[in-house]
Design a protein around this ligand. Structure first.
Ligand code: ZN
Length: 163
């Protein structure tokens, strides 16, 4: 089991968690409120585990380059569009994907536009939670349109093995 720490101040940010080799298959969701009364999908990973996502996640979103062929596979699985056309995620790669209940000691980002979502933050606006020391450490996704997960940003945390 490992724990993840804030790289800036050393605060422990997770319960003891075990790294999975691959992300579990994501279960479908009926869109109904869960037992806690909140509308979010099932968690991306079970309690007590985490997985490293090699693909870019969330903000910023950038246009697909003119020389890049778009083959229908969306890099990172996240995309959006605006007046520039079709955009794909150029966000952080290698984020640590955790069950939200395994992540401790984070507080919402003071820039409320980062927390935009329908029933909760959708995680597309970049880092939206801070460590107690103010470091930008986590992307919480808990919307009815998103997965249910908390991602720790690799540049902002370190993994401590053992425990
Ligand atoms: Zn910290």
């Amino acid at each position: 089991m490992n724990v993840l720490l804030c790289a800036t101040c050393g605060t422990r940010l997770t319960e003891p968690v075990r790294q999975l080799d691959e992300p579990p298959e994501y279960p479908g969701w009926d869109g109904l409120p869960g037992p806690d009364g909140r509308r979010h999908g099932p968690a991306s990973v079970p309690r007590g585990t985490y997985v490293v996502d090699p693909l870019p996640f969330g903000w910023p979103f950038e246009p697909v380059g003119p020389d890049e062929e778009y083959d229908g596979v969306v890099p990172g699985g996240m995309w959006m569009s605006d007046e520039r056309g079709f955009l794909v995620s150029a966000g952080p790669r290698g984020t640590y994907v955790l069950h939200p209940d395994d992540v401790l000691a984070i507080t919402p980002h003071p820039e409320s536009q980062r927390l935009i979502g329908c029933c909760g933050p959708d995680g597309r606006a970049g880092v939206n939670h801070l460590c107690g020391c103010g470091a930008e450490v986590a992307i919480v996704a808990a919307d009815c349109t998103s997965r249910y997960e908390t991602r720790l940003v690799p540049d902002a945390v370190r993994v401590e093995a053992g425990a």
